[in-house]
Ligand binder design. Sequence first.
Ligand code: ATP
Length: 349
Amino acid sequence: MAEIELKGVTKRWGSFVGVHQFDLEIADREFLVLLGPSGCGKTTTMRMIAGLEDPTSGDIVIDGKRVNDLDPKDRDVAMVFQSYGLYPNMNVWENIRFPLKVRKVPEGEHADRVARAAEMVELTPFLDRKPAALSGGQRQRVALARAIVRTPKVFLMDEPLSNLDAKLRVSTRAQIKNLSHELQVTTIYVTHDQVEAMTLADRVVVMKAGVVQQVGTPTDIYDNPANIFVAGFIGSPAMNLMEGRITDGTFQAAGVEIPGFTGVDGAVVCGFRAEDAAVAPDGTGEVKAPVYSMELLGDSTMVTVRAGGALVAVKAAKDFRTKIGAPFAAHVPRDICHLFDTATGERLA
Ligand code: ATP
């Protein structure tokens, strides 16, 4: 059991606010991802939960108990860092065993538990090696094994995949997802990679400049971004965002005319996702502009045009072909559009 509660957690250094008034309840066994660009306060939040950093104000509660004044070792959390944090003079077996020693788990249990953890992350053949003789992916798995060798209340993972190459990142990501399913331990996972967040999380917390922007399931956040920042951060490509005006129910911007908006008038930002739009072969779409670029993605072709003051992507069929500068039209009906307030960036509809 481990429920975690953050109550108005704030971290300041002088006048600089690293994390501002963070409120959140994390359920037992939940896989929560903190997502945001570099410097938004993800690591600081995690370090405060681990006890490696003191909050300036606010409370951190684990299983109903305020832990602000507890040492890291008394919080029963296991951390995995992007830098692995392995001991270079110990071999893999000793590295994985280390937390058992520190926690004074009876010696007799060590061999079994290390063997089990190593097997879960497929490290059994490497137990005799020192970290220097391992690849980045193998080192990362040693760090994972060291975290799972005892069952802590909480796993904290700080960008554990960021030092791995693209292919290894995908396979290790799947392994983490599988492990978390098997171990059923509350996990907080920090990343700036929205694909990692979407694939791993039960819920995602999107942060910007120390402030929580939105909390929701990956689907919530993808389908109903709370503001322009979230819309522009989630998805690959991110949501298209066009600046324009609604007059008499029609959104207008350079190369764009979308009717059907009622109850909103004036300057707005209109967003839509590349995959929700459709190529209009007869040239009669709501978005019309010359092709800026065409990218072949294998399963589809991404066509980009300049519209509403921005580059706007439309996902076309895999065999769709056009040329830079050729006329292009796409169906972008009202019902696939998201509206945001130009001034505040908040979602309108
Ligand atoms: P990254 O993805 O780059 O690791 P992050 O979202 O994890 O970024 P944090 O490491 O939490 O960001 O840092 C949040 C902000 O607080 C940053 O602007 C950082 O420069 C600042 N910060 C972190 N530690 C300190 C410190 N000890 N003193 C002053 N400012 C700090």
